[in-house]
Ligand binder design. Structure first.
Ligand code: NDP
Length: 453
């Protein structure tokens, strides 16, 4: 670690105690940026990285609501407005009991670089709540979302801050929040993305993150003159990103053999075909069930419960070619990464945000895998959110093909940026450096132009 990064991390840890995920995200980016800061002393003297690390604004608020039993419940709401140098704050809302300030700061920090990589004019933000939608009735979710938006609406707007979905926030939650925003503000604007088709949503937005992660894998494979045809793929999660990753892998001739949720995973050696995927979509999106039920419906599949005390996750210990982590942060540790490499996996395209810890990232890089970090590989979601904003501004809708083609082009361009930037800074094939530096430079140059603000 360079002296500069060492000192920076001492400051970051002192100023942001008990936020390990934020420290991890900053460390990874700072390690890459040493290469660019050496060549550009103007970034150092203007303290650009030090300013990017500090959110422009952090909003934290009470979210009171009444459950179906008539009891008062209180959750905590957040919005981190991290950086608006290149456009309005943009990034998802996460509803999950694990949500805290540090997790949202890491996500908002990553979002700044990711949004810059998409080539669209979007700054970075993230928000959410420790509310758990699991096991709640639709009416409870609606009351929570309305209370959450009653406060959040003061801070957002189509030219200020445009939230979207993330873990625990899908079409249902976006609908309830958009309805409340519209009622309070008395205006129909593109203030949220991931909206339903009939009320301002874009085609392909639900599919975009998963499809994009697969397009990114396809681009990485092209550098070795290979395709996804016949490739065996491990996918984690069974939510939005995992489902559409599976769909696109099937479209491109690959085979997905795993899916998971926070309680366990299924391994289906025969592969999850379209009929089985339709079952998963109904199970998770309509019936809101658990992935365990897959193995009851398809007895050839094996279900394994997750052991939180184990030193590795068995999902990552199967013979395969590609891995698409699509559940949550730090789901792959060093041991998992070694297991993946030992089992022949050489393509890792991250649908989730920061699913690999720093040990795992180093193992992927040392083993010369095609490792696409989340801020590049899962940028398709926010890219199509940007396209949704553009369509809302024009009061116009593009066709499915138009949006999908634009998504594929954007993923190709992000891939190209990663490859050329990594080469330019003397680390060919290192997509981590490519993504971090590629995302940083545009934001840093804008910050220099805009003065010390
Ligand atoms: P969903 O809520 O639709 O699905 C999340 C999935 O991950 C569920 O299967 C969930 O299981 C599982 N999961 C959540 N937390 C944990 C945990 N602590 N341990 C194990 N499994 C867990 O969310 P998304 O699919 O939208 O998001 C998945 C990942 O992709 C996240 O990292 C998110 O930040 C990232 N992402 C999402 C984008 C989007 O457009 N939606 C854009 C870019 C990145 P369970 O049902 O048991 O909770």
């Amino acid at each position: 670690m360079s002296e500069y990064v060492k000192n920076l991390m001492v400051d970051v840890k002192a100023k942001n105690p008990a936020e390990p995920e934020f420290h991890q995200a900053v460390q990874e980016v700072a390690d890459s940026l040493v290469l660019v800061l050496e060549k550009h002393p103007e970034y150092r003297s203007a303290k650009v990285l030090e300013r990017i690390i500090e959110p422009e604004r952090v909003i934290m608020f009470r979210v009171p609501w009444v459950d179906d039993q008539g009891e008062v419940q209180i959750n905590r709401g957040f919005r981190i407005e991290m950086n608006s140098a290149i456009g309005p704050y943009k990034g998802g809302l996460r509803f999950h009991p694990s949500v805290n300030l540090g997790i949202l700061k890491f996500l908002a920090f990553e979002q700044v670089f990711k949004n810059s990589l998409t080539t669209l004019p979007m700054g970075g933000g993230k928000g959410g709540s420790d509310f758990d939608p699991k096991g709640k009735s639709d009416a409870e979710v609606m009351r929570f979302c309305q209370s959450f938006m009653t406060e959040l609406q003061r801070h957002i707007g189509p030219n200020t801050d445009v939230p979207a979905g993330d873990i625990g926030v899908g079409g249902r939650e976006i609908g309830f929040m958009f309805g409340q925003y519209k009622k309070i503000k008395n205006e129909f604007t593109g203030v949220l993305t991931g909206k339903g088709r009939n009320w301002g949503g874009s085609l392909i937005r639900p599919e975009a993150t998963g499809y994009g992660a697969v397009y990114f894998a396809k681009e990485m494979l092209t550098t070795r003159n290979e395709t996804l045809e016949g490739k065996v793929c491990l996918v984690s999660g069974s939510g939005n990103v995992a489902q559409f990753t599976t769909e696109k892998v099937l479209d491109l001739g690959g085979k997905v053999v795993t899916l998971s949720d926070s309680q366990g995973y299924i391994y289906d050696e025969e592969g999850i075909d379209r009929e089985k995927l339709a079952y998963v979509m109904d199970l998770k999106n309509v019936r809101r069930g658990r992935i365990k039920e897959y193995a009851e419906k398809y007895p050839n599949a094996v279900y394994t419960a997750l052991d939180r005390n184990a030193d590795h996750n068995p999902l990552w210990n199967h013979k395969a070619d590609c891995a698409f982590p699509s559940a949550t942060q730090n789901e792959i540790n060093g041991k998992d990464a070694q297991n993946l490499v030992n089992n022949g996996v050489y393509v890792i395209s991250e649908g989730a945000n920061m699913p690999s810890d720093l040990d795992a990232v180093n193992i992927f890089i040392e083993n010369k895998t095609l490792y696409g970090p989340g801020k590049a590989a899962n940028a398709g979601g926010v890219a199509v959110s940007g396209l949704e904003m553009a369509q809302n501004s024009m009061r116009y809708s593009w066709t499915r093909e138009e949006v999908d083609n634009r998504l594929a082009m954007i993923m190709k361009s992000i891939h190209e940026t990663c490859v050329t930037t990594a080469e330019k800074y003397g680390t060919p094939g290192n997509y981590v450096n490519g993504a971090n530096i590629g995302g940083f430079v545009k934001v840093a140059d804008a910050m220099l132009d805009l003065g010390i603000v």
